[in-house]
Design a protein around this ligand. Structure first.
Ligand code: GLY
Length: 315
């Protein structure tokens, strides 16, 4: 039997203009929610669970929290609706699942997992994804479940500021905050996994799909290189296939994960005008968290350790 190895999990709760001017209660609650996500994933891994189950568990807790732009607390489209995207991927056999543009699935990451486990497909969208999730026995909710007053006010501010079409406004997102959530993990058997979930961008055009459900853009995992979950302006992450590019630089470019992530996020993404960051983990268990924004809420936990949570631009 193969020897058990140390496990590690890392998460993000979004990047952007996340600074210390946030109300203190919000800071306390975001910190607690990130720690809870880490401990939930850590319990899965400590019990011998798989990396894929750990990243799923971490993301579910953040989807259920109103303090992140995923699940409950998702941002609004320009039409005043919530449209959610999520994806999940295994590093051992490269199987992946994703849902996009869903409005009634309580936990989109569970629907993504069901696509991975029980369908021959990788990405289901809209009503078809919702029908699939309902048939899989997942919790379905009325669209109002996702609404929070804070996100509604964010939309109102965006509408008041934006004199252009919502799509054009995406080049200069209101508030510069991307509260997408994600997790990457290495389990005791040496397998990697990644998961990402989001409500997208405030004031986005309805029907717009970001990077989070796109395997290779917002999410990627391959035991041969690394696991990556991204947060930021999805259009840029899709164009650069950010998650897969980082893994490819590790696998084929023989770069360290830290160098590969910096090259893509601080180099190529920034040069293109894109904002955001990633959390990533490699087979050795090294965790990398890189952003080109003023802040990124993030954390990690390794076997035998305490949750390490960092908000804003904390070192
Ligand atoms: N990164 C989330 C989005 O652009 O939808």
């Amino acid at each position: 039997m193969a020897a058990e190895r140390d496990w590690v999990v890392a998460i993000h709760g979004g990047a952007g203009g996340i600074t210390r001017d946030a109300p203190p209660t919000h800071e306390v609650q975001v910190r607690a929610a990130l720690a809870h996500a880490l401990l939930t994933a850590g319990a899965v891994l400590d019990g011998g669970g798989e990396a894929i189950d750990a990243v799923q568990a971490a993301v579910v807790t953040m989807e259920d929290s109103p303090y992140f732009n995923a699940g409950r607390g998702a941002v609004f489209t320009a039409d005043g609706t919530n449209e959610l995207d999520a994806s999940i991927m295994r590093g051992d056999d490269l199987r992946a699942g994703a849902v996009a543009g869903v409005r009634r699935i309580k936990n989109p990451i569970l629907a993504a997992r069901a696509v991975l486990d029980t369908s021959p497909h990788v990405l289901l969208a809209g009503v078809g994804a919702e029908q699939f999730a309902a048939h899989a026995g997942l919790s379905m909710v009325e669209p109002e479940y996702f609404r929070t007053e804070e996100r509604w006010q964010q939309l109102e501010r965006a509408r008041a500021k934006s004199t252009e079409l919502p799509l054009a406004a995406l080049a200069n997102p209101i508030d510069h905050k991307y509260g997408t959530v994600g997790a990457v993990a290495l389990d005791a058997k040496g397998n990697l996994a990644a998961a990402t979930s989001t409500g997208g961008l405030t004031n986005k055009r309805f029907g717009r799909i970001g990077d989070s459900p796109i395997i290779g853009a917002g999410t990627y995992a391959d035991n041969a290189s690394c696991a990556v979950s991204a947060t930021g302006q999805g259009e840029y992450f899709i164009r650069l296939a950010v998650a897969r590019t980082i893994c490819a630089e590790v696998e084929f470019g023989r770069k360290s994960l830290a160098d590969a992530a910096k090259d893509v996020i601080e180099g190529r993404l920034a040069m293109l005008g894109g904002e955001g960051g990633v959390v990533a983990i490699e087979a050795s268990g090294s965790v990398v968290m890189v952003m080109n924004t003023p802040g990124m809420n993030r954390g990690s936990l390794a076997r035998g350790g305490e949750p390490m949570v960092k908000l804003f631009a904390d070192e």
